[in-house]
Design a protein around this ligand. Sequence first.
Ligand code: HEC
Length: 145
Amino acid sequence: MRAAALTFLLLVAPAWATEPAEADYMLNCQGCHLPEGQGFPDRQVPDLRHQMARFLNVPGGREFLVQVPGSAQTALNDADLARLLNWMLLRFSAAQMPADFQPYTAAEVGPLRKQPLARVSEVRSELLERIARQEQLEVSTVQTP
Ligand code: HEC
């Protein structure tokens, strides 16, 4: 019985093998953001799916993703935080990523995370408005003959 269980574990182990960024997400972020990034929108934890990378398309948004307390205040070092954000963007919001996306680096996130946001929810709402305006603009540009 135990031998069979062990064989089973060995067989399925590769499927469990996680990338380092994924392990960092599971340990540090998933408690609030949940495995699929769906969060708890009713309790102020936003849904990251099809949304996270939209911030990259407006001024201030790229910085916001680093300065938001969940990112800035994590115990992860700068290199691991940069790797984690790059992984999250691809995992939860690949379709919204700009074509010219430059991955975050330790050198970028290090200084940014030291400048915390004073009013997170206000900054977030402003960015969401910018995103909505920008997307409207893109739609109307496309529709103009
Ligand atoms: C205690 C719960 C909690 C944990 C843990 C947490 N977050 Fe968050 N996260 C939030 C909340 C709440 C927001 C909405 C903005 C705010 O109020 O801080 C958010 C927003 C974000 C955003 C911006 C997305 C948006 O739509 O506003 C990013 C990026 C983010 N978190 C990254 C992370 C990362 C990376 C980790 C792990 C290292 C993490 N978070 C851990 C609660 C959490």
